[in-house]
Ligand binder design. Sequence first.
Ligand code: OOG
Ligand code: MG
Length: 262
Amino acid sequence: MEVKQVDLKHLAKKIESHQTTGQDMDKVTIDNPSLTVEEAYEIQKMCIDYKEERGDRMVGWKMGLTSKAKQVSVGVDEPIYGRLTQSMELSDPVLPLENLIHPRVEPEIAFVLKKELSGENVTPRDVWMATECIFPAIEVIDSRYKNFSFTLVDVIADNASSTKFILGDQAFSPYHTAWDEMGVAMFRNGELLHSGTGAAVLGHPVRSVAMLAKMLSREGQTIKPGQVILVGGFTEAVDVSDGDHIEVRYDQLGSLNLRVEG
Ligand code: OOG
Ligand code: MG
């Protein structure tokens, strides 16, 4: 019997076009139930190659589904990673809705490294020795799948729903505060929707960076100096629509704001 080979390139082209045009699509696992996690990461990488061919540039990584709240809300119970590019970074606290499908925002922090991190034995101590600074951050995710519904393989292939992110202007020393104890509170139009602490992210956000290095080592990849790493949402994400104003207050770091415009 002939075994049908999954055409990863074809799937990557398709997903990447939906990422660019902001049209929703059926889950890739519907027509390709045998797709593996490894193949999904290959598709993710190919999508970024297509973006780079058009002049975009990779600037870092994101971890996703590192908190229980996030895992429960999307029904996928293991951490994943995605790739961040230059065009995803917002330079002003304004989110244009053009080419987005059903965006959600999450309170995060981002590590920026001064030294390369590699290998499957990376520890929190290694991460501290390699970290230059930490920023408060907001991530905007937007699944390309209908109804924001997916399996583990689908969401990996769709670059872990990566869409936009913004970092605060002020960088902080890694020793500024205890990042697991740091509280965040997320407001939409003045209403408090979610709050949590850094401990929600794998017990301590530093563990998310260590886990990323380990996951990348399986693909022979490393985290490079200067790369941004979003550690994963501290709380559930919130839906946003035209005219919304998001404020995230971080203990000891100030606030980040995002205005949503149609
Ligand atoms: C997957 C991406 C999750 C996070 O911070 O947990 C994520 C999704 O929820 O669509 O970015
Ligand atoms: Mg996130």
